[in-house]
Design a protein around this ligand. Structure first.
Ligand code: GAR
Length: 206
């Protein structure tokens, strides 16, 4: 729990490029995030560029490979050890491409946030992540998409919704152009906002 810290100790979990991590680090630097600090970046992918972003910002990093650890259970056990060692209060999934078990999500009930690049309940759930979300949105022909920040529970993309932001689909969009617009106009704004909102409310409970 909170360990008497003045700021909510936050772990950001990543797998890839880490543009959402960058948005969080920038928001912390600018003072937009005041009540939380990124204390740890954890990646399940040793090649994730997000790790370099963290190192550049002076944030400790840990890499845990699910394959090397042998099972999802062993992977989560190790994650819990690392998160507890770091006295983490809040976990932020920022492009973390692993589905977490019910045991894990229950342990951190209402303490795990995720950003998803669509307006949930559209284009979400198991197997719908990253660029695939935008491919599906374009295939369905929607004119509005967006991003959602939600609490994480045992149902993929099924936890309580905290913030959503709509984004227009434009003629000629490709999955890549749409992904970029959704990031710029929604994800990179919503995720820092949600972290600050949760941090401020959790710190007020003490
Ligand atoms: C982001 O668009 C994020 O919303 C998405 O992966 C991308 C990661 O980019 N996450 C999901 O689809 C999770 N269901 P980033 O590594 O540059 O932040």
């Amino acid at each position: 729990m909170l360990n008497g810290a003045e700021k909510l100790r936050t772990a950001v979990l990543v797998s890839g490029g880490g543009t959402n991590l960058q948005a969080i680090l920038d928001a912390q630097k600018s003072g937009m995030i005041r009540n939380a600090e990124v204390s740890l970046v954890l990646s399940n992918n040793p090649a994730a560029y997000a790790l370099q972003r963290a190192q550049k910002a002076g944030v400790p990093t840990v890499v845990l490979s699910r394959r090397e650890l042998g099972s999802q259970q062993a992977f989560e056990r190790e994650m819990i050890r690392v998160l507890d060692d770091c006295a983490i209060d809040l976990i932020v999934l920022a492009g973390f491409m692993t589905i977490l078990s019910e045991d894990f999500t229950r342990r951190y009930d209402r303490r795990i946030l995720n950003v998803h690049p669509s307006l949930i309940p559209a284009f979400c759930g198991k197997g719908c992540y990253g660029l695939r979300v935008h491919e599906q949105a374009l295939a369905r022909g929607v004119k509005i998409t967006g991003a959602t920040v939600h609490f994480v529970n045992e149902i993929p993309d099924g936890g309580e919704i905290l913030l959503q932001q709509p984004v227009s689909v434009l003629p000629g969009d490709t999955p890549e152009t749409l992904q970029r617009r959704v990031m710029e106009q929604a994800e990179w704004i919503l995720l820092p906002q949600a972290i600050e909102m949760i941090a401020a409310s959790k710190l007020n409970q003490f």
